[in-house]
Design a protein around this ligand. Structure first.
Ligand code: GLP
Length: 242
């Protein structure tokens, strides 16, 4: 079930997402599912501003990130570990031991996937923040992925690597070819989901998610089966569904 919110600009999109986040932060021990990419950055800035001005504390917050590149170390400037620390965690009072991000540099990747899923199963995510890829991927679940997938290794589509090359000096060869990602079934367990998408290049993926056939061809279309998804869009990303 989708609740679609259309806002006029990116700041308003981020404010709408933050309203949902603030409600969840009122819980005793919030468990947050977090994502990387450009889409959540405005939300993260608002969380930091709220922490600084209102003293909202993250000491009791547990977080799980969706995914991590394989083949680059955690301290690489483009690892999702680095992204999350630079864009959010380093500015909050969250405890490092409450932060969960898959280890893309693990020697045994299958064991790492199993360990991550096991860790996830000890908690229930109150709010999962998602972006969406141009090809309809969520986390790094690319087209063709099984709807019942748990945390797994995924080969990245060329489109996804090209889209993410902007973070690797525009050199697609530098973008890792594989990632560890929470599966679609892992993501669907969250109590509440918010999807943030802006820009005309996301309009087809947004259409596939909200109105398209429910199919692994558009992994985000699985969200049609979730009871509580808010999709927050700007006008450009929304133009095919209005
Ligand atoms: C990456 C991430 C996704 C993210 C997507 C869109 O592929 N693995 O979780 O949603 O990019 O990113 P952006 O928000 O930068 O468009």
């Amino acid at each position: 079930m989708f609740n679609v919110v259309i806002a006029d600009d990116y700041d308003l999109v981020s404010s709408e997402a933050f309203k949902i986040m603030r409600n969840v932060m009122n819980k005793e021990n919030p468990v947050l599912g977090l994502t990387t990419g450009s889409s959540p950055i405005g939300l993260y800035k608002k969380m930091i501003a709220d922490h600084n001005s209102n003293g909202t504390s993250y000491k009791k917050v547990v977080t799980f990130n969706l995914d991590e590149y394989i083949g680059i170390p955690r301290d690489h400037e483009q690892s999702y570990y680095t992204f999350m620390h630079e864009n959010l965690f380093d500015s909050l009072d969250i405890r490092e031991e409450n932060i969960h991000i898959p280890h893309g540099d693990a020697e045994d990747l299958e064991a790492e996937c199993a360990r991550y899923e096991e860790e996830l199963s000890k908690y229930s995510i109150d709010l999962q923040v998602l972006g969406i890829g141009v090809d309809g991927h969520i986390a790094f679940n690319e087209p063709g992925v099984q709807f019942d997938s748990l945390t797994h290794v995924m080969k990245l589509e060329e489109q996804t690597r090209r889209d993410n090359a902007r973070f690797f000096d525009d050199d697609v060869d530098e973008v890792p070819t594989h990632a560890i990602t929470m599966g679609l079934a892992s993501i669907m367990k969250a109590a509440k989901i918010v999807v943030i998408a802006t820009g005309a290049n996301k309009a087809d993926a947004v259409y596939g998610m909200v109105k398209g056939p429910k199919s692994p061809d558009c992994p985000a279309s699985i969200l049609q089966d979730h009871p509580d998804v808010t999709v927050i869009l700007d006008n450009d990303a929304a133009f095919r569904i209005v």
